[in-house]
Design a protein around this ligand. Sequence first.
Ligand SMILES: [Zn+2]
Length: 232
Amino acid sequence: MSTAIFEVARLPLPVAVVRHHAARRLRLRIDHERGHLRLTIPPRGSARAALRWAGEQRTWVEAQLALAPAGVGYADGAVIPLEGRPVTIRAAGGRRRVEIIRDELLVGGPPDSIARSVERWLRRAAADRLSAATAEIALAAGVTVRSVSVGDAASRWGSCSATGVIRYSWRLILAPPECLRFVVAHEVAHRLHMDHSAKFRAAEERLFGAAVAPARALLRELGPTLRLIGRG
Ligand SMILES: [Zn+2]
């Protein structure tokens, strides 16, 4: 199976062309998590003809996108997940500050600053939590990490370079704690093995402290929803 991504002028999303040995005909679907269209073609199908066909499906693609679950914006009263628990955003007025009290995220400042304040607070909370978890797990693994930072990659929860530069998606702070810990264990385990070999998987599981499959499956299931938070 091989994948290549193309921009098709008539389509609103890039197209990932996937050649699949079992495919009998062309198939197009929307991969909401990765933010692209997935075009499956049979082993000997022409990629050019397939892309032309995909370009003709614009009406269908736009209809599907219109039906997709809408994003959740950071408005007063909106409910967002935080470490897997629902919290409600409340406009608190007064001076600019963000504070979590039980299941409410109180956001001060003028109404038009709420979205920015919430996003900044979530990113900082994510960076703090991810840095702490990475330091703890790296210590247990006996490895060093050069830096930890957060971003908003469309399709990855984390990455680790050969030199120990680790980047995470800040959206992990939205997920249940075991999902965040699983991703940290995964990236730190790359400091021991830069592959996904059996040795790597054993290290990942040892650092996570349990079987990783449930946390990985949960993150995969929640991913599409978490990627929509703040995009209402
Ligand atoms: Zn990996």
